[in-house]
Design a protein around this ligand. Structure first.
Ligand code: PLP
Length: 229
């Protein structure tokens, strides 16, 4: 099989898996192809197969790809999913469509200073409480959102998390269910600049669980590229 055929097969597998795990009545989540490990040629193949949401985690790599794909850029939604250093904000903030990794107030402050338009942001939540994980603690969310009401360049569209790598299936279910509950709580609190209707969770290893727990955005890398490269 050519690389493109393999990509097509993988896309079909992902779509079928989503359908099989989607709770009755839920809309299908948006699938972000996490392209951090592949080049622009592979991204063009994905694009020609209908994939229009790309996720990157390094500012310089994102910028290079953004420039090299300038001819199709208008039609692509760019998701920044990685740790974003404060000094890197100004380089990318006006070119991305979504930021999944708002994990500290100092980052929000810098975005407020540098963004020309409100930026769609997910607040990253540390659902497991692990020291090694970045993100806000669940019990800090309400105060954080209160503080962010003064930041009109941030549009908090939802919450994002990652499950610990060593979590069992059952634990992953619990973490994702917890994030969904937190999202609903924030949504119902009606904070200014925080519609918070979305949940970004699930990667190649655990996206079926995320879908079953109500993810509206999933971030999938390796499952797209399996056997294709
Ligand atoms: C790399 C990455 C993904 C995708 O991971 P895969 O296991 O390749 O699907 C999702 N989210 C974040 C934050 C990532 O860094």
């Amino acid at each position: 099989m050519t690389m493109k055929q393999t990509l097509k097969t993988n896309i079909n597998v992902i779509q079928n898996t989503i359908e099989n795990h989607l709770p009755a009545g839920n809309e299908k989540p948006t699938v972000i192809a996490v392209t951090k490990t592949v080049d622009e040629d592979t991204m063009r193949d994905l694009y020609s197969l209908g994939v229009k949401h790309f996720g990157e985690n390094r500012p310089d790599v994102f910028l290079k790809k953004y420039e090299n794909l300038v001819d199709i850029n208008e039609d692509i939604q760019w998701h920044f999913i990685g740790n974003l250093q404060t000094r890197q904000v100004k380089k990318i903030i006006n070119d991305i469509d979504y930021l999944h990794s708002l994990d500290r107030l100092s980052l929000a402050k810098e975005i407020q200073k540098r963004a020309e338009q409100p930026v769609n942001c997910f607040i990253q939540v540390n659902v497991s409480g692990e020291d090694s994980k970045s993100g806000f603690q669940p019990d800090a969310l309400a105060d954080t959102l209160k503080e962010l009401e003064a930041y009109d360049k941030l549009n908090i569209i939802g919450l994002m998390t990652m499950a610990p790598i060593d979590a069992s299936q059952e634990e992953i279910h619990e973490y994702f269910r917890f994030l969904k509950e937190l999202q609903v709580e924030v949504e119902q609190s009606n904070f200014t600049n925080a519609p918070c209707t979305e949940v970004s969770m699930g990667m190649s290893q655990d996206y079926p669980i995320a879908v079953s727990e109500g993810a509206t955005f999933i971030r999938v890398g390796t499952a797209f590229f399996k056997d294709a490269l």
